[in-house]
Design a protein around this ligand. Structure first.
Ligand SMILES: Cc1cc2nc3c(=O)[nH]c(=O)nc-3n(C[C@H](O)[C@H](O)[C@H](O)COP(=O)(O)OP(=O)(O)OC[C@H]3O[C@@H](n4cnc5c(N)ncnc54)[C@H](O)[C@@H]3O)c2cc1C
Length: 504
């Protein structure tokens, strides 16, 4: 007797009915009557029918819900941050635990379905949802546990950065995380993980001590430097190519709660000088000083500006000395820098209405910012009342650059910053016009870049993704063939296994 039948039987039904609804929802969240075959798309992109009984068997095997189009929660689950993305998975599994993830992946492998993995849903290109495949929405799979003695945080694969910072800082400990707290740990830490403390402690991925991964056949594997070392190495930079990371263990570092954080915004007359200063000095700032630089046009009045967003986490007594050259740049039109709780600072850029604006972004790493690049940036920026236009440098270097290019799958250790020209506009805007403008502008900036940040990538070709792994590519190919030879996990900076002769 399967679980559905059991619940339908009279004695079981009585027991079941006696449970509060919330408990029913929690314990039997996956319980669902499937009435019809389900139309899906297979790995080759062709329409296929999944039989009612197969889908029912999947639903019965899960603790968390299986959602189909039309079910409550389906539209929220398939939704990602970028409102321009509108895709319809055939099936959405919201795992209640690792067993559900394993079951969902095994089902996708049996049926030949592409798998999308959604953690924070921040992929600009919408790689955490899919058309016709199986989406694993990790939004019910969020947990952070701190072992203060070992300075380790155990973080489940669906967790968001804000929860991780909040829990670890309660012990006076942190690891590197990104600058927006509703970003997912899953996408950020498997692709890179730049942030306010990265120049001190390395990328988020440099702090991964071990992982659990559900790989392409549904196996649940532990990986660290001793066990499955190729998986441990590959996960740190090659995203979800090998499966779903269900647990990260992160090294933690003692940090004081209060840091100096905020932004200095300079008006039209100083914007070039400030960008030139950043170009010349950002590589040599002390590790405790993280500074992002943005040049653009204010969204409201379309006024040209350059701003420096900074976080200083070093000793208070050195702050004025460290900041003297920046303070010497002149008077900002806006100054929000103050002593602030680190966890609050990590929430500074959170979006109150995350899906109000579409983001379109290009990006690449720079190992220097020569005068010609400064000129290209400032000469090419164009105001437009329908959009917010800017070029953003996210600070790299420091400890990030002191890790060998082949120590993890992330090879771009030479970068002093990640340069991202980006535009935001409402979904009702003249999208082709704005996208065409950014693509044209990017042609003038791209020659100054070397490689790109895979998790912020737009729609690069397979060849571009593969070559972006630089000398780490051959080793990644071998790992891809081993852990996901069917390439179920292709919605990422994809390592295409056919290049190594594997099946697709
Ligand atoms: C507002 C905003 C701010 C950002 N700030 C920063 C920043 O400060 N620093 C920085 O480095 N990056 C930053 N990013 C980029 C961000 O790191 C990437 O977009 C990242 O992929 C987001 O992860 P996610 O889990 O939210 O995304 P999702 O869209 O859920 O997933 C993105 C990719 O990661 C994969 N993935 C997700 N979870 C898992 C998992 N558990 N196991 C395996 N694969 C998984 C998915 O398959 C998909 O390919 C920012 C992005 C946005 C939109």
């Amino acid at each position: 007797m399967d679980r559905r039948t059991f619940v339908g039987a009279s004695a079981g039904a009585l027991t079941w009915m006696a449970l509060p609804r919330a408990v029913q929802a929690e314990v039997y969240a996956g319980l669902r009557q499937i009435n019809d075959d389900v139309t899906a798309k297979n790995l080759a992109g062709a329409a296929v029918q999944l039989s009612r009984s197969d889908v029912q068997a999947l639903a019965d095997s899960l603790r968390g819900p299986l959602l189909l189009a039309g079910n409550p929660g389906y539209d929220l689950a398939r939704q990602v941050l970028n409102p321009a993305i509108d895709r319809h998975p055939a099936l959405i599994v919201q795992p209640g635990g690792v067993a559900d993830i394993s079951r969902a992946v095994a089902f996708a492998a049996e049926q030949g379905l592409v798998v999308a993995v959604k953690c924070g849903g921040h992929s600009f290109a919408g790689k955490s949802t899919c058309e016709g495949g199986l989406q694993i929405d990790l939004s019910r799979f969020r947990h952070v546990q701190v072992d203060a003695g070992k300075q380790l945080a155990q973080v489940s694969g669906g967790s968001l950065l804000g929860a991780m910072d909040h829990e670890t800082m309660a012990h006076g400990l942190v690891t590197t995380a990104g600058t927006v707290s509703h970003t997912g740990v899953g996408g950020l830490a498997t692709g890179g993980g730049f942030g306010r403390l990265a120049r001190r402690f390395g990328l988020a991925l440099d702090n991964i001590a071990s992982v659990d991964v559900v790989t392409g056949d549904g196996s649940i594997l532990y990986a660290d430097s001793e066990q499955n070392p190729d998986l441990y190495w590959g996960v740190r930079g090659a995203g979800s190519n090998f499966g779903v990371v269900t647990r990260f263990a992160f090294h933690l570092h003692p940090v004081q709660r209060r840091v100096m954080g905020g932004s200095l915004t300079f008006g039209p007359e100083l914007r070039r000088q400030v960008l030139e200063f950043y170009a010349e000095h950002c590589a040599n700032f002390p590790d405790e000083l993280y500074v992002d630089c943005t040049s653009g046009f204010t969204p409201d009045k379309q006024q040209p500006f350059t701003s420096l967003h900074l976080c200083y986490s070093g000793p208070a007594k050195s702050y004025d000395t460290v900041m003297a050259p920046i303070r010497g740049l002149g008077k900002p039109v806006r100054d929000t820098v103050k002593s602030i709780d680190y966890v609050a600072e990590q929430r500074r850029y959170d979006l109150t209405d995350p899906r109000a604006m579409v983001t379109y972004v290009k990006g690449g790493y720079v190992s220097e910012i020569p005068a010609a690049l400064v000129n290209a940036i400032l000469d090419g920026l164009e105001p437009d009342p329908e959009r917010y236009t800017r070029v953003y440098f996210q600070h790299s270097g420091g400890a990030i650059g002191r890790v060998a290019a082949d120590a993890t799958a992330f090879p771009h250790r030479y970068a002093i910053a990640n340069m991202l020209p980006m535009i935001n506009y409402p979904p009702t805007a003249d999208v082709p016009r704005h996208v065409a403008w950014l693509k044209q502008y990017w042609k003038t900036l791209e020659p100054f870049t070397h490689g790109f940040y895979t998790v912020e990538a737009d729609q690069q070709s397979a060849a571009e993704f593969n070559s972006n792994y630089l000398d780490n590519y051959p080793r990644l190919l071998a790992a891809k063939r081993r852990y996901d030879p069917k390439n179920l996990f292709r919605l990422n900076a994809n390592i295409t296994p056919e290049a190594a002769g594997g099946a697709v």
